[in-house]
Structures are given as C-alpha cells and as structure tokens.
Design a protein. Structure first.
Length: 213
DNA sequence: CTCCGGACTG
DNA sequence: CAGTCGGGAG
C-alpha cells in the first residue's frame, strides 16, 4: 500500500525547480571528498576547498593519502571542522588502500548493502554521508535522508519528527519507484526546498511549491 | 548573532 | 541525552 503523496511531492518540486544537476563534481572521488566536507557545512565553502585540492593537484586517492594531515587541513580550512574532516578523509583512504588497493571502482562495485556497511564502519561516515556516496558516487539505489527531509515530511504530517534515519529512509523508498534518476533529483530538490522555503526559523509556506499537499 | 547538503564522544 | 568540531556568509 503506497502513499501517493511521496511521489506527488516529487512531481510538484520537479515541475517548480527542474533538474538540479547533482552531485556537482568531475569524478566519483571528488563526490566522496565533497560528501565528507559538506557535513553540517554550506556547499559554497566546500567548493572552495575542492578547488584548493585541485589547484594543488591532490584530488586523487593516492595524492590525498600521501598528504600530511596538517597540510590537508590547511587546504580544506574553508569547510570548517578542518582538523576533524582531515582525519575523516584519511579514515576513508585507509580503508580504500587497505581493503581495495586504492581502487575506488573496486570498492564501489560491491553489492549495495555490503558497500553501505563498509562505509558506515568508517569513523566519520554516518548514514547521510554513506547514502550520498552510494547514490552520487556509486550509482546505487539508496535514498539520501537529511535534516531537510525530516523537517519537510514531518511538517506535512507524513512522518513523526523523531523517526530514526533508517526508518525514514525505508518509508520513502517503499513509497517510490526504484529509479536512480528519481532518487538523485528528489534529494537535491528537497535540499533546495529546505533552503528556500522550509527553513527552521521563518518558513515561507505560503510560497512553497508543495503548500497544497 | 545564527545557520550550514552531520557525526562522534562522554 | 548534551557537548564538540569551525570557517564563511547573511
């Protein structure tokens, strides 16, 4: 028994905003680095860090792994939590080189559930980052939940506010067709809606594309 | 001053 | 559960 509102909301948002072209990035590795750097951080600040890494020619697993933590931290400073995130990037690279010979393809080609568990075992990669990597770097059918998702769906009385991550993820997935492009756009559209209309403080409900639902 | 495309530790 | 990490933009 599907709840038609989940797909309906997507249709409304897509009609209002169109394709969002996520994830911005030239390679799966760039997507992964961005996913870790953007944790609780505005994307604009992350893009500066990514550009720094590119300018220094270290945006590859090998080069980044060989970079001292202190140097890495200075390059990603604009993303905030830079000491913490330098370690988190290194934690990821440790697994990539110890388990997959530094070969991203080898890591990402694993079956979905296996890959998700591998990622979640890395300190610094939680459920949202893992799902972002799965979907946007690995092309896996894994819906990404974030704070906006919870806020929008609970404000529309579709879920309880405190619904745990995995339950919210499953609720959405079971009410949507299993389509990669749909998962990709939906999360991006939710982020856009959250920023423009469903803010915590001063929501613009009267102007929101899904105000009728 | 608050908020951001979270996650870990105590 | 709360505290911590943190620069950048509004």
């Amino acid at each position: 028994m599907k709840n038609p509102k989940i797909k309906l909301i997507y249709d409304k948002l897509y009609s209002a905003f169109g394709p969002q072209h996520w994830w911005p990035g030239d390679s799966p590795f760039e997507v992964i680095v961005g996913a870790i750097l953007t944790q609780n951080t505005a994307w604009k600040n992350v893009s500066v860090s990514i550009q720094n890494l590119k300018n220094n020619k270290v945006l590859t697993p090998r080069e980044l792994y060989d970079l001292p933590l202190e140097k890495l931290g200075s390059l990603i400073r604009s993303s905030g939590y830079y000491n913490l995130k330098a370690k988190r990037l290194n934690n990821f690279l440790n697994i990539l080189f110890s388990g997959y010979e530094g070969d991203l393809g080898k890591m990402l080609d694993q079956e979905g559930k296996t890959l998700r568990n591998v990622l979640l075992d890395i300190s610094g990669i939680g459920p949202e980052t893992a799902d972002s990597i799965m979907l946007y770097a690995g092309g896996k059918l894994s819906f990404v939940v974030d704070a906006y998702t919870r806020r929008i769906f609970s404000r529309h009385k579709l879920i309880e506010e405190g619904l745990p991550y995995d339950e919210l993820k499953h609720f959405i997935e079971k009410n949507l067709p299993g389509n990669l492009k749909l998962y990709n756009e939906y999360h991006a559209l939710i982020v856009r809606t959250g920023k423009e209309f469903c803010s915590n403080k001063d929501p613009k409900c009267s102007l929101c594309p899904i105000r009728e639902i």
